[in-house]
Each structure stands twice: as C-alpha cells, then as structure tokens.
Design a protein around this ligand. Structure first.
Ligand code: ADP
Ligand code: GN1
Ligand code: MG
Length: 369
C-alpha cells in the first residue's frame, strides 16, 4: 500500500474536477515508488457508488507536468479510440477547466482517472498464464501506439533508459559521496563498475541502426497491467508516465526483471533472487505472439535475454545511486531499503549471466525460425 495518507484538504482538491454526486471517502492505494495514489469513493447522482483513482504527481521526478500530461492525454485518447466504447482502457477525467491535471492550493499537481472496475493488478506473477497475458498486453500496447498521431512524444524523464547516462550518474554519486555511505558499500560499487561495458550494448546497436526506437511503455512491471477478475485476461495497460520513445527491448527487459524473477525486487535475502527460465520462456512466447512480434528483427529477438540483464543492472545502478545520494528519489520504507533493492537486482544480474546459454537455447527458434 502507498504509505502517504490522504491529505487533510482532499475534498478541496477533488473540487478541481467537478465530479457529479457526493464524496464518500478516500484511501491510499497501490504500491508505487514515485507518485501517491488514492482510491476515491463517490455516490453518483443516480445513487450508485462510483470510484475514481486520484494521483498526486511527483514533481521531483516529473519536472514538466504539462509535457507529461500532454503525453498521457494523447496516449489515453488514442487507446480509447482504438478500443471502442466497450473498452476499459485508462480514461482521464479532465479538470473543470478542461486541463488533464490540476494544481491544488498548495501547489501540488493532481490527476484523476476512472476506476477500472472488475479488474485487479498483481505485484508478483503467480502463474504462467498471468506472465503470458502481461507480455502480450505490453506487446499489443506498443503496437497500438505505432500510429499515434502528432509529434514525437515528449521525454518525461530525459535519458530514462539511457544506461550510459545512468552509469555516469552513478559514477558521480560515488565521487560526491553525499550521504557518506560509499565506504560501507565498496563491494556493491565494485560490482557496478565491473559491468560498465553492458551499459553501451543496446545504445551501440541503436546508433548502428540495428535496433529501432519506437513508442514504448518503459515501466512494464506486472502491476501495470489490469487483469479481468473473471477471465484473467488483460483489460488495460496503466501507469503511462514513462510512455515515450524507447526501445522495445527496454520493455521486454523490465518485464523480465519483474516477472521472470524468483522474488520481490526488495527481498532482503538477495540469495533468494534468480531468473526463472520457464517464466522467461513464457514471456518470450507471449511478447512475440502479440502484434509486436511482427516488427522485431532478429537482432532485437536475440537480445531479449540480455535486455533483462540490462534492466536489472540499470535498476540496481539507480537504487545504488539513490542510496549514495541519501534516498532522494524512490520512496523507502527503512534506511537500507535502496541498498537491499540494489543487492537483489545485482543478484539477478549474476543469475541471468549464469543462464546465458540456457536463455539462448530458448530464444533460438524465435531468432532463426
Ligand atoms: P505507480 O506509479 O505508483 O505505480 P500506478 O498508476 O501504477 O502508480 O497505480 C498504482 C496502482 O493503483 C496500480 O498498480 C493499480 O493497482 C491501481 N490503479 C491505478 N490506476 C487504476 C485505475 N484507473 N483503476 C483501477 N486501479 C488502478
Ligand atoms: C519506479 O513508479 P513505479 O514504482 O512503477 C520507477 C521505475 C523503476 C521502478 C523500480 C518513474 O516505478 O523506473 O523501474 O520504480 N519509475 C520511475 O521498482 O522512475
Ligand atoms: Mg504502477
């Protein structure tokens, strides 16, 4: 659950959106590391209960909210238009002035979505069918955005998956040692330095034109897919803050990091973390059987396993950077939380490396069918 309580003046915030009916209650919702999410209960003018999702946007992370919300507005409109009237795609409720987000009396940014009813998210994959469904949903999501009208989407966080840039941030954090923690995490820092060359692999392929930029989701955790409570089929891809130009391999890699791994990203026992090959296989099958399967070339397919390693490494670098800088980016639940996350990510990197051959064998039929 989100740890941030409902703000005292929350009803004044909701008035920025002129919702029909009467406010009943609100409570913290979800388990994200960045924004604050709340479920809002209303009694509609027809006497029926109606729910919304309100999110306070983290402006420390998203510096240009106008650009961010312009992306979200365009993407949700496009997905809803493609899916038709019966769809349960994410739908923004505009503020009273028509804008896709509003500022409260204390200068905080808020947005509101219709609550997607009859569906749920899971924080961990519980079976192969779920992993397949999520992979297929993220693949189709990307394919649906291939013809998004208008200009290139804005980069809501510059260099988000530019692993070289993430590495340089890490290098600087070690040198600056703001929180005075570097000496106590030497082994973790050494591990991060030892894998520096990985940071450039996909960027080099991109520069050579061997892999292509597309509109991608960039935060393809399993809990960003809503699954129907009855059919268990995906009904919507959510959490669209980082939808922007990227590589499909980043999406697959993030999926693999979170859905083909043996434990939570912050399991305090890093030894519990390893790659689950059967789930990796299911993710590959699910992703490539989706509409995106038609557009990925052999180089992209051959790097699916590497992408999981890269995203595990990149997240480890980011957690370690935040730990060295004094925990200014991610929400933490205890002082060593970012260090625990780092070690568990690096354990996953090691496990993926140890399983490189096995993953290549799984990918073989998809690379040269
Ligand atoms: P975060 O960036 O914090 O991960 P999300 O947008 O993913 O924020 O929302 C957090 C959680 O809230 C999701 O995992 C999902 O369970 C729930 N959620 C978000 N949007 C909706 C929605 N429109 N309808 C129902 N549940 C939602
Ligand atoms: C953050 O918001 P959330 O919890 O879905 C982060 C991702 C990381 C993830 C690690 C905008 O995602 O990039 O992979 O934590 N989002 C942002 O769990 O930085
Ligand atoms: Mg999320």
């Amino acid at each position: 659950m989100s740890s941030t309580p409902v703000p005292a003046n929350f009803t004044a915030t909701l008035e920025l959106f002129s919702l029909p009916g009467n406010y009943v209650s609100a409570e913290p919702y979800g388990s994200g590391h960045i924004n604050d999410t709340y479920v809002v209960n209303y009694l509609g003018t027809n006497g029926q209960a109606k729910r919304y999702v309100a999110q306070r946007i983290n402006t420390n992370v998203f510096r240009n909210v106008t650009a961010l919300m312009d992306n979200v507005r365009r993407v949700t409109a496009h997905l809803n238009q493609k899916a038709g009237a019966q769809s349960r795609e994410l739908t923004l409720i505009p503020a009273t002035d028509g804008a896709p987000a509003a500022i409260d009396g204390e200068g905080r940014w808020w947005r509101l979505y219709d609550f997607i009813e009859g569906a749920h998210t899971v924080d961990r994959v519980t079976n192969e069918a779920e992993a397949r469904e999520a992979a297929c949903a993220f693949g189709n999501f990307q394919a649906q955005l291939a013809d998004l009208p208008g200009d290139r989407l804005q980069e809501t966080i510059p260099n988000f998956h530019h692993t070289r840039s993430r590495f340089e941030n890490f290098r600087r954090a070690v040198a600056d040692n703001k929180a005075g923690r570097a000496a106590s995490v030497q082994a973790d820092i050494e591990f991060a330095f030892s894998r520096e060359a990985d940071a450039d692999v996909l960027l080099t392929l991109l520069a050579k034109g061997e892999v292509s930029e597309r509109v991608t989701h960039n935060d393809t955790k399993i809990n960003n897919v809503m699954l129907d409570n009855t059919t268990k089929r995906s009904v919507a891809v959510i959490d669209l803050d980082t939808v922007m130009p990227g590589l499909p391999l980043y999406d697959f890699g993030e999926m693999m990091r979170t859905s083909a791994s043996s434990t939570f990203e912050d399991d305090a026992e890093a030894g519990n973390m390893h790659v689950e090959l059967p789930l990796f296989k299911v993710l590959v099958e699910g992703y490539l059987s989706s509409a995106v399967g038609d557009v990925l070339n052999a180089t992209e397919r051959a790097h699916l396993g590497f992408a999981g390693k890269l995203m595990s490494y990149e997240n480890g670098l980011r957690f370690l950077t935040d730990y060295l800088e004094g925990d200014t980016y991610y929400k933490i639940k205890y002082p060593e939380h970012n260090l625990v996350r780092t070690r568990t990510q690096f354990a996953l990197v090691r496990s993926i490396e140890a399983n490189t051959d096995a993953m290549s064998r799984i990918l073989e039929p998809f690379v040269s069918p």
